[in-house]
Design a binder for this molecule. Structure first.
Ligand SMILES: CC(C)(COP(=O)(O)OP(=O)(O)OC[C@H]1O[C@@H](n2cnc3c(N)ncnc32)[C@H](O)[C@@H]1OP(=O)(O)O)[C@@H](O)C(=O)NCCC(=O)NCCS
Length: 156
């Protein structure tokens, strides 16, 4: 069994088709819900981005980004991050960071001014580390539990 930190160095991140996100999303984010709960309405939209992290041929991480304005903020052409999930035994090895960086690069190339997400409390520290700040109060997102809106502006 190779060292996991070495494995992570072999990770490649590339665009994938949205149905490829379903299995990881379901297992990591929505295991107690029906499989269809891992399919999001915006998945098929042409201006969405779906990235996969691959360890050789194995898909080990997914992230999706949708053009969706943050309802409590002025302006527009915001993007929303959704469905970020890393294979459980490979979490905290840098894979989420690699996917987020690639996604943020894609957004900056499109001159997107702001990206936001609804973040479960257990993941707020991850997003904080990459410059996201909390917007507004904590709220419940049944059946997933408490969340916070987090935002990152490219124009500040
Ligand atoms: C959140 C998630 C996508 C992050 O991906 P990852 O590959 O585990 O994260 P990374 O290894 O790139 O983490 C980067 C940093 O954030 C920290 N971090 C990662 N997940 C964290 C968490 N849940 N809480 C606090 N810190 C976290 C890591 O410790 C690391 O910091 P370090 O380099 O100082 O050690 C992944 O842990 C995951 O799938 N979690 C379960 C699903 C989830 O919560 N998704 C987000 C929904 S809002």
């Amino acid at each position: 069994m190779p060292d996991l930190s070495e494995l992570t160095q072999t990770i490649t991140v590339r665009p994938i088709a949205y149905p490829q996100t379903y299995d990881l999303r379901h297992r990591v984010l929505r295991a107690h819900q029906p499989k269809e709960a891992a399919e999001y309405l915006e998945d098929h939209e042409v201006d969405s981005l779906h990235l996969g992290a691959f360890q050789e041929c194995r898909l080990v991480g997914v992230i999706s980004m949708y053009q969706k304005d943050q309802p409590d903020l002025d302006g527009g052409y915001h993007y929303r991050i959704r469905g970020m999930a890393v294979e459980p035994e490979l979490q905290s090895k840098g894979i989420g960071t690699r996917m987020l960086q690639r996604g943020m690069q894609w957004l900056q190339e499109r001159e997107v001014p702001l990206v936001w997400c609804n973040v479960r409390l257990s993941a707020t520290a991850f997003y904080q580390k990459y410059g996201f700040t909390v917007l507004g109060p904590e709220f419940d997102l049944p059946p997933l539990g408490p969340h916070k809106v987090m935002v990152c502006s490219f124009t500040d």
